[in-house]
Design a protein around this ligand. Structure first.
Ligand code: MTE
Length: 347
């Protein structure tokens, strides 16, 4: 993995474009070698991403799905627009669709920011099923239709803050995670809930790679009370359309007060657990990525500050460096979940 140690200036903001492009090519290839060479210590969601901006080496925006089921299109079309105030809304400028869909982290498709959009062409979401297991009254295998049909979709405009110190403002389509989880009747032993992403080497090239350090499936968990917080969302669409493959079709988590790596994509398994489950990034690099991963400007990543972020799109000519807010600006909604906890230890 290539690690950027400079605290807060993207290389694209300080380097002439020609030099920057060449360097980016080099970084990209050396990153791929590095991943295999030394395993966990070299990989992070802040890998080559830190070196690049959204303006270069990207495919044109594309939804990238083999097909979109009619019933899903209909549901998305009937979504209730975001309210004009409250936590499901922000009047901050929305990140353009092109940036939302071509500047992605989805390691199953590669570590470069443009890799998901480039490598997720013809991703299949039909058929799709989700296995529900563990401490609940209604375990089983549910089709995508079983999962989504009972829920009315709504738009929520949330900030997304990546641990790599870039951020976006995204109009998601979806519904409360709590409403979904309640349907499975979690029992008194369900203290945590864990989510897993699809494993399918035919469709996800990085899962076939000998150099991948992630032990697939990608998995992340939440404490039950976090998962039941009304802000936590199951997203199925973005910008009034079905989710593109690169953004986690057909359903993904959106947990806006946490660093983006908790917002797991393309979910195929949900398990209610007694004990804190293993988490992909925490397993890979526990000193850098905690279980909680709450956005916190006061607790730096060991290798860079989290006090500010690059709001995309951001460029040499129009840098958008803004201060990072506690819990990504959702303090009122979620601070009580962590009352009395030492957030430096529980990062
Ligand atoms: N989910 C899976 N399965 N694989 C990933 O690599 N990356 C995470 C998260 N979910 C990731 C994932 C990270 S690090 C971030 S910042 C967000 O997805 C990015 O979401 P976006 O690409 O839609 O902006």
């Amino acid at each position: 993995m290539i690690i950027k140690t400079r605290k807060d200036i993207a290389s694209s903001e300080i380097t002439p474009e020609s030099v920057y492009r060449e360097r980016r090519k080099f970084l990209k290839s050396s990153a791929n070698v590095a991943l295999g060479a030394a395993g966990a210590g070299l990989l992070s969601p802040a890998g080559i991403a830190q070196t690049g901006d959204s303006l270069f080496a990207r495919a044109p925006a594309d939804i990238n799905l083999a097909s979109k089921p009619d019933w899903l299109l209909e549901k998305v079309a009937q979504s209730v627009p975001a309210p004009e105030s409250g936590p499901y809304f922000t009047d901050e400028t929305k990140t353009p669709f092109d940036d939302v869909t071509t500047y992605n982290n989805f390691y199953e498709f590669g570590t470069g920011k443009g890799d998901p959009a480039n490598n997720a062409r013809d991703f299949r979401i039909d058929p799709w099923s989700v296995e529900v297991a563990g401490e609940c009254g209604k375990p089983g295998t549910y089709t995508l239709e079983d999962i989504l049909k009972p829920h009315a979709f709504e738009e929520r405009i949330y900030r997304l803050r990546c641990v790599e110190a870039w951020s976006m403002v995204i109009p998601w389509i979806g519904f409360s995670l709590a409403d979904l989880l309640q349907r499975f009747d979690p029992n008194g032993n369900a203290n945590f809930v864990m989510f897993q992403t699809l494993v399918d080497g035919d469709q996800m090239p990085a899962q076939r790679s000998r150099f991948a350090s992630i032990d697939w499936p990608y998995q992340e968990g939440l404490r039950m009370d976090e998962a039941m917080n009304p802000l936590a969302m199951m997203a199925t669409g973005v910008y009034n359309d079905v989710l593109p493959a690169q953004n986690g079709a057909p359903l993904r988590l959106v947990v806006p007060w946490k660093y983006g790596f908790k917002s797991l994509k393309s979910i195929v398994r949900i398990e209610f657990t007694r004990r804190m489950p293993n988490n992909t990034w925490n397993d890979l690099q526990p000193s850098e990525y905690g279980f909680y991963a709450n956005v916190n400007p006061e607790v730096s990543h060991p290798r860079w500050t989290q006090a500010s972020e690059r709001r995309l799109p951001s460029s040499l000519f129009k840098p958008q460096r803004i201060p990072t807010r506690m819990f990504n600006g959702y303090e009122e909604e979620v601070a009580s979940l962590y009352a009395g906890m030492d957030l430096r230890r529980n990062y």
